[in-house]
Design a protein around this ligand. Sequence first.
Ligand code: B12
Length: 216
Amino acid sequence: MEELLKEMSQAVIDGNKEKCEELTRKLLEGGLSPKEILDHGLVPGMDVVGVRFRDNIIFVPEVLISARAMKASLAILEPLLTQAKIKEAGIVVIGTVKGDIHDIGKNIVAMMLKGAGFKVIDLGIDTRVEKFLDAIKREKADIVGMSALLTTTMGYMKVVIDKIKEEGLSVKTMVGGAPISQSFAEKVGADRYAKNATEAVERAKELIGIASTINN
Ligand code: B12
């Protein structure tokens, strides 16, 4: 299994979609959980892509091909990750903020929240404040989750949080994405920060007052 997980990381790095799909099925058949496949196969692969992108060894087209390969695996894992164990723990509206089109991490968070019993309304990418506010009101959301992967877009989270406060909405706010930190979350007035999807589920449960042990 160890070997197959390494191959999986490499398939993400190479952007080999077919290989990613094949390995996802093999690893599931081998008894690994979707979360293990994510944490030890797909995410480490994308981490390497990130470093190579940062160091100008690869460029946007290669990253896109890697993202496509990872998404193909996620499509296989999605039905397994989203099988809710309890009914409607709470309602979460989630989106990547305006100006930002990164959605892999946000999609994983959405899947894991669904799997924990939350109803999730995914607003997609490049989400403006009006769209967040409309969905929060329409869905009577308990929590709004915002994702940003760029230092140039993370500031937009404050625009949304300020507007929520200005309108006096009772929704809780949760933020995440590679450049986000606990201190940034506090600075913009978010209720919670999570560094990954597993923690996002824990924080979401805290926000609506479900003991984190119930649904593990
Ligand atoms: C894949 C990728 C892309 C793909 C995105 C495809 C897609 N559909 O998402 C493409 C090629 C489109 C892309 C484009 C660009 N990218 Co890009 N990209 C990446 C890369 C390599 C990986 C991101 C990823 O998917 N990671 C895997 C997931 C699983 O991790 P994650 O997103 O961090 O999510 C986890 C947590 O953060 C958390 N989380 C995420 N969201 C949320 C939300 C909530 C509510 C919570 C609680 C938690 C949470 O949980 C997730 C799961 O565990 C990163 C590198 C990196 N280190 O992040 C660069 C990176 C983010 N990109 C970068 C850049 C510069 C760009 C471009 C500007 C490049 C360009 N010149 O055009 C454009 C921007 C386009 C735009 N307007 O958004 C830079 C940002 C630098 C900066 N300081 O701002 C990075 C850091 C690369 C680098 N090292 O330079 N990119």
